[in-house]
Design a protein around this ligand. Structure first.
Ligand code: S3P
Length: 428
């Protein structure tokens, strides 16, 4: 894919449904009583992957464009073949929480990226709850031997992770007694909000302990998924960086555990406002307005580290690109987790930024990006990672010539409309 530089970003956009919320809404629908209707279901390939795994598990569902209707079942069926989780970490990890408490064994596997990602983080707590796993040295393929006698646990996550927290909460729904998960920093809390929205009480203490009392039954219902905040981030950053930009994005999910990038970009000079905020099954949703702007003052404060990392985990490659345009640059630390995503995102981000002429130091747990630097036209790789492809498309818009990104079609994993929507608001 060849991307030409742009002059500005102007207009209005509405984004497809949030990927994380769509996964969870589908999983909830599969095990809730009655029918669940999900509007604005994500168009991401990853979410279609979750739906096809559910179908393999005997769940009845229909998809009509972006509306998905799911009949909940008290009992899933043992699949006849391996569940193909594709590229999707959320599918394999969160679904494992449900499979851990079924009375059958089944196998889950993914593509080469997913099959190289760590799974001990779910295996350990789910085994403590009574399930048994086989794995390829802690990686997929996984065989899960579920148990209907799943046990409640109290568990402290070694690394904050919404996927792991969610797997434990989905398993905890079937356990007798109180399941508690404690995090060191708050990761996205969609599972907690949606469980509460679909009839099961989940509480979160000040010390970030999440509590659910089982056994508990979710009740099916209707939901309209908010626009994907992480997808919005690329448009917001582009409008911030390109002069004379003015962009309105409607219906964006504004959950504070996801929208932290808006505060960061504002503090770095973007003119951002949110309005018309309403609530959809406990998920805030509103309109985001952005105008270009970048602080020209140097700051030693531009560091993103531990407490904030989980709430910008998927935006970090993009924030590193923005960092290359800031006076004084940007430092990202305590982000070793980025090495375990769809690609090693610290390495992919550093490699591509350097190819565009930026000065980047790669640390075991982060990056120091110098700035401001005029980015140059270059030949880049997506590393098969949708977030890298999109972050560097935004870098390409502010470069001094056309930029080639190999394998950019991997944007389909989270945001198939990315290039078309960008074309609709880019002024060249
Ligand atoms: C997700 C959680 C995050 C995030 C991923 C989606 C989720 O992963 O990076 O894109 O939907 O729960 P971790 O739980 O591994 O941090």
């Amino acid at each position: 894919m060849n991307i030409n530089p742009a002059q500005s970003i102007r207009g209005r956009a509405k984004l497809p449904g949030d990927k994380s919320i769509s996964h969870r809404a589908a999983l909830i629908g599969a095990i809730a009583s009655g029918t669940t209707t999900i509007h604005n279901f994500s168009t991401a390939v990853d979410c279609a992957t979750t739906l096809s795994c559910l179908e393999q598990l005997g769940v009845e569902l229909t998809r009509n464009n972006n509306t998905v209707e799911i009949q909940g079942s008290a009992q899933l069926q043992k699949p006849t073949t391996t569940l193909d989780c594709g590229n999707s970490g959320s599918t394999i990890r969160i679904l494992s929480g449900i499979l851990a408490r079924q009375g059958f064994s089944c196998e889950l596997a993914g593509d080469s990226s997913l099959n190289s990602r760590p799974m001990n983080r779910i295996i350990k707590p789910l085994e403590l709850m009574g399930a048994k796993f086989e794995s390829n040295d802690g990686k997929p393929p996984l065989v899960i031997h579920g148990t209907q006698a799943i046990q409640a646990i109290t568990y402290e996550l070694p690394v904050a992770s919404a996927q792991v927290k969610s797997a434990i909460l989905f398993a905890g729904l079937g356990a007798q007694g109180r399941t508690q998960v404690k995090e060191s920093s708050l990761s996205r809390d969609h599972t907690e909000r949606l469980f509460n929205g679909f009839g099961v009480k989940v509480t979160t203490d000040e010390d970030l302990t999440v509590t659910i009392d089982g056994p508990a039954q979710l009740t099916g219902g209707e939901i309209t998924v908010p626009g994907d905040a992480s997808s919005a981030a690329y448009f917001v950053a582009a409008a911030m960086l390109l002069p004379d930009s003015e962009l309105t994005i409607e219906g964006v999910g504004l959950n504070p555990t996801r929208a932290e990038f808006l505060s960061l970009l504002s503090s770095w000079g973007a003119d951002i406002s949110t309005e018309g905020v309403s609530d959809e099954r406990n998920e805030p949703i509103g309109t985001v307005k952005v105008r270009s702007g970048i602080n020209s003052e140097s700051s030693s404060e531009r560091r993103i580290d531990r407490p904030k990392i989980p709430s910008v985990i998927d935006e970090l490659p993009l924030l590193a690109v923005v960092g290359s345009q800031l006076e004084g640059g940007l430092e990202i630390r305590d982000a070793t987790e980025l090495r375990h995503k769809e690609s090693d995102r610290l390495k992919s981000t550093a490699t591509n930024l350097r190819l565009m002429g930026a000065h980047v130091e790669e640390h075991p747990d982060g990056l120091t990006v110098a700035g401001p630097t005029k980015l140059h036209s270059a030949s880049l790789d997506s590393f098969g990672d949708h977030r890298i492809a999109m972050a560097f498309t935004i870098a390409a818009l502010i470069a001094d010539g056309p930029t080639e990104i190999a394998g950019a079609d991997c944007v389909n994993i989270s945001f198939p409309e990315f290039f078309d929507l960008l074309d609709s608001v880019v002024v060249r």
